[in-house]
Design a protein around this ligand. Structure first.
Ligand code: PEP
Ligand code: MN
Length: 338
């Protein structure tokens, strides 16, 4: 980054700006030119908010020299992006809630849950037909049969479908059935999968890797966009920390951090982000308050009998309460929710 001083700036002003830069943990190196001084700033791994520097006396301009991300950046697209999926808009003033079971288990299971989440205001139905499981002996999903069930849900309840493409082989099939292709956290840096999603027409829900920095997360989105698919929705789903009171640590500060740099819409998965049913409502409220454009929530009518993630699945009754609560918070923020 370069700070360009005014031609009339005094040495005291230059020194003061250098002190301000160093207070931000960065290095400042003043370079005297024929008519003005410029200050080279190094150590900025992320784009620095220039406001603090621009308001200093004697500063004329701040120029970012390196821009690791282009298409995801607000510099290239100052307004918030809104991703449209058949009438559902993600990233606008209206919050969008995606809800459903962790895994598609059966037609009956999906229909039962879909009916209740649709009635409560969900716009998108989630459910994995291909499941990334820690153990190869756990339920792996119904595959194409699961995708067909999801297509029936869309038909019957007019809900959009989001479901995961776990590998490049399954991508074409998933893209044929899904409205939104989910890239799971374990695949956030599967670059061939990202590229393939980037060549699809479907919007992509990109989940943050469980140890990904903001830069790595946005670079993953850049992979998708670089292939021509600009309909990317980011999703925070918790990161690995030492904390053991939750399955993952839901990093809500990443929402404003990402929004400062990127125009892409961002939702929060409070189910995988906490791993505990009783934490899903409080953290969903917090996510909306932090500026999320929507939520991804696991809902199951029989969490105890669920084939995956029952302990973090909320019941349909809890989902109704959740919707009421986030509607109220949305109103405070000048937003709305169906
Ligand atoms: C999921 O949403 O189904 C899922 C497996 O989540 P994650 O990739 O965030 O673990
Ligand atoms: Mn799950």
């Amino acid at each position: 980054m370069l700070v360009v001083m005014e031609t009339t700036a005094t040495p005291d002003m230059v020194a003061q700006v250098c002190r301000e830069i160093e207070k931000m943990g960065l290095k400042a190196r003043p370079m005297e030119g024929a008519s003005r001084t410029t200050i080279e700033v190094t150590g900025d791994r992320f784009p620095v908010d220039p406001d603090g520097i621009l308001t200093q006396s004697g500063v004329e301009d701040v120029i970012h020299l390196t821009q690791p991300y282009k298409l995801v950046s607000r510099k290239f697209h100052p307004d918030d992006s809104v991703v449209g999926v058949n009438g559902v808009k993600i990233g606008g003033l209206e919050l969008v809630v995606m809800a459903g079971p962790c895994a598609v288990e059966s037609r009956e299971q999906c229909m039962t849950i879909a009916e209740q989440v649709a009635k409560a205001g969900a716009k998108v139905f989630r459910g994995g037909a291909f499941k990334p499981r820690t153990s190869p002996y756990s339920f792996q999903g119904l595959g194409e049969e699961g995708l067909k069930i999801l297509a029936e849900v869309r038909e019957k309840y007019k809900l959009m479908i989001v479901t995961e493409a776990m590998d490049t082989e399954a991508m074409d099939l998933v893209a044929d059935y899904a409205d939104i292709i989910q890239i799971g956290s374990r695949n956030m840096q599967n670059f061939s999968l990202l590229r393939k999603a980037g060549r699809k027409k479907n919007p992509v829900l990109l989940k943050r890797g469980m140890s990904a920095t903001v830069e790595e997360f946005l670079m993953a989105a850049e992979y998708v966009m670089a292939e021509g698919n600009h309909n990317v929705i980011l999703c925070e789903r918790g990161v690995r920390t030492f904390a053991d009171h939750t399955r993952n640590t839901l990093d809500l500060s990443v929402v404003p951090a990402v929004k400062q740099i990127s125009h892409l819409p961002m939702i929060v998965d409070s189910s995988h982000g906490t791993g505990k049913r009783y934490q899903v409502l409080p953290m969903s409220r917090a996510a909306v308050a932090a500026g999320a454009d929507g939520l991804l929530v696991e809902v199951h009518h029989d969490p105890v009998g669920a084939l995956s993630d029952g302990v973090q699945s909320i019941t349909p009754d809890m989902f109704v309460r959740l919707m009421g609560e986030i509607r109220a918070i949305a109103g405070v923020l000048g937003r709305s929710c169906a």
